[in-house]
Design a protein around this ligand. Structure first.
Ligand code: BG6
Length: 300
């Protein structure tokens, strides 16, 4: 549980305020002249983002999302850490790690040049130490303006080298996933999770006509979602990320997952900036790594 009185020292009048839901989750709501966003302190999970230049949100949240203690949220920007996907050796541990389902602390906030920022730090608990018995301070800085900037920083403060895989698992809002094109991955190699991780090569833009679940490896360049229905382009720029994960569940899988509405899956596509599979990291003692993204939208 977060204490709203303690959080109030990070509030910024007219730009950043904190609230608690009846279910007991705390949120930071940001609203400035350039953009709006909400961040759930459980998971440091950004749930919404809309630049004020856009009529529609850029980050999608399922209408059926369950905002409950200990549960991952369908939509927004889940933080997958310290492993991406299945745990490399222990199948009892949760997919995508534990960072997205535990409380984080707010450690900083501020405003400058039309941008409001908040920094959160993962709060280790006995339950997280049981899954990851290492000293690795983790912070996420979120900056909201006309663009959304996020920086996920891991420091290895332990005595040994540590394996790390991670992602900012962002759900982008689109008019209809069947009509969008994803540019920026032409020629890249990907592992196809729908075909037992078969290695394939991308030719041209990515188009969607069924369940798609791919880890593109060795890719650092910007991706662009071209959306003819919403008449806009979303740009996804990144640093410190060598993999791009592209995921859409399509109809049957979305129905089985339960936290999608009947047609909700059509209004999203995940383009995740990651270090996963071939690009998983090894952090040496004392080493710091930052995965950074910038999301922006412009009219076609
Ligand atoms: C993607 C994975 O990153 O996340 C998919 O590649 C997975 O395999 C999807 O289904 C959603 O994961 P979760 O754990 O949030 O349901």
């Amino acid at each position: 549980m977060h204490d709203l009185d303690l959080l109030s020292r990070y509030a910024i009048p007219g730009q950043l305020r904190f609230r608690a839901t009846p279910a007991g989750l705390a949120f930071a709501d940001i609203d400035n002249p350039a953009g709006t966003a909400s961040v759930c302190l459980q998971g440091a999970h950004l749930t919404t983002f809309r630049p004020k230049s856009q009529p529609e949100p850029v980050v999608w949240l399922s209408d059926a999302a369950r905002l409950l203690p200990g549960k991952s949220i369908r939509g927004g920007v889940p933080v997958c850490w310290p492993w991406f996907g299945a745990h490399p050796s222990d199948s009892r541990l949760p997919a995508h790690g534990f960072a997205r389902t535990v409380p984080w602390d707010v450690i900083d906030s501020g405003a400058s040049a039309g941008v409001t920022h908040i920094t959160l730090q993962l709060r280790p608990t006995a339950a997280t130490r049981a899954q990851w018995p290492h000293d690795t301070p983790l912070t996420l800085r979120i900056s909201v303006g006309d663009t959304l900037d996020m920086a996920l920083t891991t420091r290895n403060a332990s005595a040994g080298a540590l394996p790390l895989s991670e992602a900012l698992h962002t759900y982008f809002q689109v008019g209809d996933v069947a009509q969008v094109e994803l540019l920026g991955l032409d020629g890249c190699t990907y592992l196809d999770k729908t075909e037992a991780f078969a290695r394939r090569q991308q030719h041209g833009a990515v188009r969607f006509s069924g369940e798609t679940d791919r880890v593109y490896v060795g890719t650092h360049s910007e991706c662009v979602i071209h959306d003819p229905l919403l008449q806009r382009r979303i740009r996804i720029a990144k640093q410190g990320s060598a993999s791009t994960v592209v995921w859409t569940p399509w109809e049957d899988k979305a129905a089985a997952m339960g936290d999608f509405t009947a047609h909700g899956w059509r209004q999203m596509v995940c383009v995740e900036s990651a270090n996963a599979a071939d690009d998983s990291l090894v952090l040496q003692p004392g080493q710091t790594h930052t995965l950074q993204v910038r999301y922006s939208a412009e009219a076609l």
